[in-house]
Structures are given as C-alpha cells and as structure tokens.
Design a protein around this ligand. Structure first.
Ligand code: ADP
Length: 154
C-alpha cells in the first residue's frame, strides 16, 4: 500500500465487495397490509424499513418508521389505513442490484438520505418490474466496517 492514501485503499476494498455477498433477507408486506400490522411487523422482524410488494415479490414501494409515525399521529385509524397509502412508491424507489458494489450502495444511502435499499433483480425488462431479493442498509455498512476491523477475511 506504499504511497496510496488510506482513504483510497479503503474505497478500493469496498469497490471489490459485491452487494450480493453482504445483503440481508428482505422483510416484505403487501400493499393491503394495515399500518397497524406493518408496525407490528417492524417490531417482530426488528427492522426499520419494510418493502411493499405485489404478487409476492414485485417491488411496489418502501415504508419507513417515520412514514408509519406520520399516519399514527394523524386522525385516521391505523387498523384501517393500508400501508400502500403511507409508502413511497415506484418509480421513486432507489434500488441496488446484486452486482453493484458496496461503495456504490453506500453512496446511494448517503446521497438520497435513506436508511435502506431494496436489492432487486429486473424480472421483465419491458415492464421494468423489479423482484425484491434482499435488503442493504446502514446497519449492513456498519457490519462491514466491524468485520474489516476484525481482520477476518471478508
Ligand atoms: P425514516 O423516514 O424513518 O427516517 P428513511 O430516512 O429511510 O427512514 O426514509 C425517509 C423517507 O424516504 C421516507 O419517506 C421513506 O419512505 C423514503 N425512503 C426510504 N427508503 C427509500 C428508498 N430506497 N427509495 C426511495 N425512498 C425511500
């Protein structure tokens, strides 16, 4: 590493690491799920972001903790309101593919000021439907840094 700034060395390392090797399992709900059930799912699954899907795995939207809090402090009944009304929806969803690298994924999290990215595969190039195959979050980045520091080969 002689002569190369440390920041570049770290960034080079992160660029060699693919999202598919570090992603975690996505937690998904359907559009018709109530805001109440979405909140329960966040607690049970211990995640801060849920991906909203159609037909089991087709990405329709993303719902964050604050999206749900917004509904919860409003006048509507959280048992009646579907999560589809609280979510950010396609095509405004920022995604990452399994082949992109960890540095690119981290850059998206920062640039768009979001906590989580759905990891997706293009199912149908014509319809631009995306299949949700994973989750990549700020926690994933923290885990990668801890693993890098542990000296284990990751
Ligand atoms: P929180 O809202 O709990 O702080 P985020 O910062 O992740 O969590 O979300 C901020 C806003 O951005 C929310 O309205 C959420 O729906 C939206 N959002 C979260 N993730 C994404 C994403 N991958 N693509 C587009 N919008 C997103």
């Amino acid at each position: 590493y002689v002569g190369k700034p440390m920041g570049e060395v770290i960034a080079d390392q992160l660029r060699k690491m693919k999202v598919k090797d570090y992603k975690s399992v996505p937690v998904v709900v359907s559009e018709g799920t109530s805001v109440y059930d979405a909140i329960v799912t966040m607690f049970l699954e211990d995640v801060g972001t849920l991906f909203v899907v159609r037909d089991q795995a087709v990405l329709a939207g993303v719902v964050s903790r604050k999206d749900l809090l917004k509904v919860a402090i409003g006048a509507q009944d959280v048992r009646e309101v579907p999560v589809g009304l609280a979510m950010t929806r396609m095509p405004n969803i920022i995604v990452v593919t399994p082949e992109e690298n960890v540095y690119e994924a981290a850059t998206k999290l920062i640039d768009y000021q979001i906590d989580a990215l759905p990891v997706v595969r293009v199912m149908d190039a014509h319809n631009k439907q995306l299949e949700v195959v994973g989750r990549f979050t700020k926690t994933t980045i923290a885990r990668i840094f801890v693993e890098l520091g542990s000296g284990r080969d990751i």
